[in-house]
Ligand binder design. Structure first.
Ligand SMILES: [Zn+2]
Length: 123
């Protein structure tokens, strides 16, 4: 009887350990998935309604769009650095840094927007 009780106890211990392991693994996965879009994000640049370039938000760079517009990504923020359009409204739109943020240059038909997800594979 005593040994049986001990066995049940050890089974419970195993069960606890497995539950704990599952909890740790799912917590780690949750952190991994939730943390990633926050630090990541992808900048998509559309020209004439077609995807012209997509660049990681974490990558500081300047992107020239057919010599008419220049988009700058710096410190996780995106803004229109240069534009030859009339009025320069896109230049006044300021910086975007969050998912869903958008800069539009209507005269040059350029759209810059931030989408979720990291860009690792595509360059
Ligand atoms: Zn413009």
């Amino acid at each position: 009887m005593k040994e049986k009780a001990k066995n049940i106890f050890s089974v419970f211990k195993w069960g606890d350990l497995i539950i704990l392991l599952i909890l740790i693994v799912s917590l780690a996965l949750a952190i991994y998935y939730f943390a990633k879009p926050q630090e990541g994000g992808t900048v998509e640049i559309y020209l004439d309604g077609k995807l012209y370039r997509s660049v990681s938000l974490n990558q500081d760079t300047e992107i020239d769009i057919n010599g008419h517009n220049k988009v700058k990504i710096e410190g996780g923020e995106v803004y229109m650095l240069y534009s030859d359009c009339d009025g320069g409204d896109c230049l006044k739109m300021g910086k975007i840094s969050k998912e869903g943020g958008m800069i539009v240059c209507l005269p040059n038909r350029v759209v810059v927007k931030i989408v979720s997800g990291d860009l690792d594979a595509i360059t």
